[in-house]
Write a protein that binds this ligand. Sequence first.
Ligand code: ADP
Ligand code: ADP
Ligand code: MG
Length: 465
Amino acid sequence: MSQARQIRKLLIANRGEIACRVIRAARELGLETVQAVSEADTESLAARMADEVKLIGAPHPTKSYLNSGAILSAARDSCADAIHPGYGFLSENAGFADAVKQAGLVFIGPPGETIRIMGDKAAARAQARDAGVPTVPGSDGLVTDMDDALTLAETIGFPVMIKASAGGGGRGIRVAENAGEFRRLAPQASSEAAAAFGDSGIYVEKLIENARHVEVQVLGDGFDAVHFFERECSLQRRRQKVWEEAPSAAVSEAVRARLCSAAVDLAKSVNYRGAGTVEFLYNDATGEFYFIEMNTRIQVEHPVTEMICGTDLVVDMIRVCAGEPLGLTQDRIIRTGHAIEVRLNAEDPANNFMPFPGIVNGLRIPEGDGIRFDHMLYDGYAIPPFYDSLLGKLIVWAPDRAQAVFRLRSALDRLEIGGLPTTAPLFTALADSAEVQANAVHTGWMEAWLEQNTDKITRRRETTE
Ligand code: ADP
Ligand code: ADP
Ligand code: MG
């Protein structure tokens, strides 16, 4: 009998669209669900969907979604036997993974010791090097001495990136163009990382210009690991992804094979268990790729992979984390067609992406072949102001990339989220741009494009209102 049968009740220690997504996967598996909520989320869609709701504290994340004691008590009180951490919050916190295990519960993620190696960016770079995976030229581990760090930066050549080892979500990164900037920014990066992530560790990496962000989805059961091909996430703002695709149209079959096997090698080198993503920067002029980090959790953009591979990664991760074998060999993972996801945030793209919480009304969700909307919305829902502004993700699939862009464009026209501005008009304008249609982009492309094209976004919004 497999261990997975022992899970009957899953507690979701997260909120928003990912909480709803996890509840859906739990239902597929016949599990009961307990939604942990802050005082701001008692009326959330996830709270309405779950079988049970447990209050874990005040709205501020440190009092609720980052409060491991309250989450463990909620699990105990509701007799849950597993905890899904979603993304962000405690999902990559090794101490939390350990505490869940010590409480006799299943953590839906890798063991604490794996998170310690792969969740810390400097440690993960060392692990990647040892596994023979190419990394961005940079420091061996953390930098502590400023003079040594500067010598290293001069050796690898400016511009360099100073990165917080514990950073995430595009935060904790600084770019230094020269020695003077380096001396000024490195201490700043370190103290900011201490404040934001409770960890002052920083390291140095060469800045790879005009690269693409390409990442590989992996799944392991602690013994074996497989990949579900790659995603491209080059359209970014402030180093955060806003539009993601699978597969990457910039990658040849030969590069794909090397990239995916590098990711699987790395996963196997730590006996990876769970769903994970190995992120790379890819230079399409030379065909070279460099490891940047691994996310030891489900990612925001996992649906594009599900659309091309016809799998449910959240179901898969629950199974393997409960101790079931993969039950899957690489040759059975087949991809077909092309998928695109766009992140709909409660922000005004025509007004410097100012966050705008509000009350949702007139919600209209596009339907049809190859259209999926993963979200947290219903008419009358008041978006709480305390959290990330992600409302949902519109995902489309089509037989090829050009048709997927077209389908996205038309689905966006039919999506209506009234009551607050969203980033939808940004994606309409992007879908209309020649560079996006030709996939002639890199990680810095969209910010430069935005400077020239904000008026297009404004106009479009006015004409659809
Ligand atoms: P993905 O890699 O899945 O696209 P993001 O980098 O956008 O994920 O992060 C997903 C969510 O998790 C965001 O809300 C982000 O702010 C948060 N997040 C990611 N890493 C961290 C971290 N180390 N500490 C705190 N929050 C994080
Ligand atoms: P996070 O944990 O915030 O996701 P990452 O290390 O994954 O941080 O980097 C986020 C983004 O920053 C990348 O997708 C890329 O656009 C940019 N970036 C990171 N490292 C480099 C680098 N060495 N050179 C150029 N861009 C980089
Ligand atoms: Mg990243």
